[in-house]
Design a protein around this ligand. Structure first.
Ligand code: FE2
Length: 353
């Protein structure tokens, strides 16, 4: 990992050395619109900032195709969605015989989400980039100390949507290609209830929360184009709409000590509420907190959470040349895509291991 000091020097002198430039493909700060006030705002309000990752070689079309080809099934989710006027469809598939370019072509013409999970595990260069991002970020935000950082890449069809949901870890969303709109809602009832928070943490059922169209009157909408990134407060519900073009985004998930504490307490409270029919308190310190930490850890280690989550994700199709031969929505006059749930990098749940 590039040390923070080195990163800040590179910011001050606008240049990494030649070795770093070759290794990371970056020669100046990743955040290009950062202002001093953003340090105070980070994590507290919805933020939209400029970045340069869309120019990075690791996000070129050929590089993404190679990444797809290198990804084992355990590192991606492929989701096909239905149309609004047909029966509801959300099914998970496998890539099959297609090469990376063919997969991207199928997504461009179809109704598909490909979520490459933990790309830092697939190719260490994405891990190095992740370290570089956080070295810069932790240098910019005093007191920010992160761990269990993972990045994923979401490639999604034109006009695809992500259902209303929230994430249980710290999140950032980086737009690489195409454009989309993120609607962010207050992390409080009725937009987010304690019961839905606990259910998502326990069972990873990201879309099991209630959404009403009138919620939109209370939403903050962020337009993201290539070169924009968004960050928002922990657990803030959101939904996403792609514009009418292929979208490539990178998602980053991270933890801090405070985020992990909140997750333990909410997970344990879910067990208390569901299994013991109690109405638990939400402290994140003191004896009750430590008892809940132990309870949640025991449930995770015993496999309870994994078993419950796996029940919900069957594999039902293969993405092959036959799939490509289907008429696309653009040529068949089909209406826009039905929303699909996001299975972000939250498929990895910190605190389970
Ligand atoms: Fe999300």
């Amino acid at each position: 990992m590039a040390p923070v000091g080195a990163t800040l020097r590179s910011i001050a002198h606008s240049g990494l050395d030649e070795h770093d430039r070759l290794e990371f493909g970056m020669s100046s700060p990743i955040f290009t619109s950062w202002q001093p006030e953003h340090a105070a705002l980070w994590g507290n309000v919805p933020l939209r900032l400029k970045h340069r990752l869309h120019q990075h070689e690791l996000f070129s079309r050929p590089a993404l195709a190679r990444l797809i080809e290198a990804a084992p099934k355990s590192n991606y989710m492929l989701i096909e969605t239905g149309r609004p006027n047909e029966r509801k469809l959300w099914r998970e598939g496998e890539i099959g015989q297609l090469d990376g370019a063919g997969v991207i072509e199928a997504i461009d013409n179809g109704r598909i989400w490909l979520n490459l999970l933990r790309v830092n595990e697939i190719d260490p260069r994405y891990g190095k980039l992740l370290d570089e991002i956080f070295a810069e970020l932790e240098g910019r935000v005093p007191g920010l100390k992160t761990f269990k950082r993972i990045n994923g890449i979401l490639i999604s069809s034109p006009r695809a949507q992500v259902y209303y949901h929230f994430d249980t870890a710290g999140q950032t969303l980086w737009q690489i290609a195409g454009s989309k709109r993120v609607y962010l809602y207050p992390p409080a009832p009725p937009f987010l209830t304690p019961e839905s928070l606990e259910n998502v943490i326990l069972y990873n059922n990201e879309t099991g929360i209630r959404y009403e169209t009138w919620y939109d009157e209370y939403a903050t909408a962020l337009e993201l184009k290539a070169g924009d990134m968004a960050q928002w407060p922990l657990n803030m519900p959101h939904r996403i709409e792609n514009d009418d073009e292929l979208s490539v985004s990178m998602t980053i998930e991270y933890f801090t000590t405070d985020i992990r504490r909140r997750m333990f307490v909410n997970g344990a409270n879910g067990i208390l509420r569901e299994k013991l029919k109690l109405n638990p308190a939400r402290n994140v310190s003191g004896p009750a907190f430590w008892a809940k930490t132990a309870m949640y850890a025991a449930a995770a280690k015993g496999g309870l959470l994994t078993r419950e989550r796996n029940k919900r994700r069957p594999i039902t199709f293969q993405l092959d040349r036959d799939f490509l031969a289907r008429p696309s929505p653009a040529t068949s006059g089909q209406p826009e895509l039905e929303a699909v749930p996001q299975a972000g990098p939250a498929a990895h749940v910190a605190g389970d291991d």
